[in-house]
Ligand binder design. Structure first.
Ligand SMILES: [Fe+2]
Length: 260
């Protein structure tokens, strides 16, 4: 399991990689299974060349665009807040193209690999093995067109809105965008989850009773049983949240019952 991590990605420098024009900010990594999250930059003006043919990976690939635009298929133009999920062994990237520098968050379910597949059939993502992944391929280009769900308090006021991006129907593992309204405060007070939670603040800022401030660009990885000291957002915030199973809310006072 990845350890607790809190990073201000604005304060990090881009690191070179073996690929020209591809730069990275490593955020979290689990050496036991290769799971990793990274902030990636691709810049054609500094030598990045998109793959000339389709490709696939042996791990689930998930990305959320932060800046710039690019395309995998020549049809969907991905821009800020666009989201993709490609299950392992999904052939995709038939017409990859990028015109200018772009940034995206990249999540991999195992060690990253990259397999070119020039003999791809058609131009629609498909499984190389024929297996149907229950979570399925997801490409959401336009964030305004997605289904946002209001969450209201007892008075009927909308306190947050959430948009499910993708979720495994059996394990509950998935990702969502959450818009916290100004003045939002967790109704669960000090609490923890029994599953991990990963969070990247896209806009605004969040705080907690412990004095931590998570501004746009903040990244958090919270392993299971990480106590959160009453999260809140005075000014409002938009966050990308990933979770490994149903996000339960257990009062912090019960931590002793779970810690053994
Ligand atoms: Fe890919």
């Amino acid at each position: 399991m990845r350890p607790y991590t809190f990073i201000d990605t604005n304060a990090m420098s881009w690191q070179d990689t073996d690929t020209p024009g591809l730069y990275t900010k490593p955020l979290s990594y689990d050496p036991e299974n290769g799971t990793r999250t990274a902030f990636q930059c691709i810049d054609p003006k500094r030598g990045y060349k998109p793959p000339h043919c389709a490709h696939y990976h042996h791990m689930d690939e998930e990305l959320l665009v932060i800046k710039g635009t690019f395309t995998f298929d020549g049809k969907n133009c991905l821009g800020p807040k666009s989201y993709c999920f490609h299950p392992a062994e999904t052939v995709h990237g038939f017409r990859s193209r990028i015109d200018d520098e772009a940034w995206f968050l990249s999540r991999c379910s195992k060690e990253l690999d990259f397999c070119l597949h020039p003999e791809a059939e058609g131009e629609t993502p498909y499984s190389l093995t024929g297996a149907q992944d229950p979570r399925g391929v997801t490409v959401l280009a336009d964030p305004e067109a997605w289904a946002w769900v209001d969450v209201k308090d007892d008075s009927g006021a909308v306190t947050l809105q959430r948009c499910l991006l993708s979720k495994h129907p059996e394990t509950g593992e998935g990702s969502m965008l959450v818009r916290f309204m100004p003045g939002w405060q967790s109704p669960h007070g000090d609490h923890f989850h029994t599953v991990y939670e990963e969070l990247f603040v896209l806009e605004g800022a969040m705080e907690n009773d412990g004095g931590d401030v998570y501004s746009a660009g903040a990244y958090l990885f919270k392993p299971p049983l990480t106590v959160q000291s009453c999260p809140k957002s005075a000014s409002g915030a938009l966050a990308y949240i990933n979770f490994c199973g149903k996000l339960d809310f257990v009062p912090a006072a019960k931590l002793g019952e779970y810690a053994n």
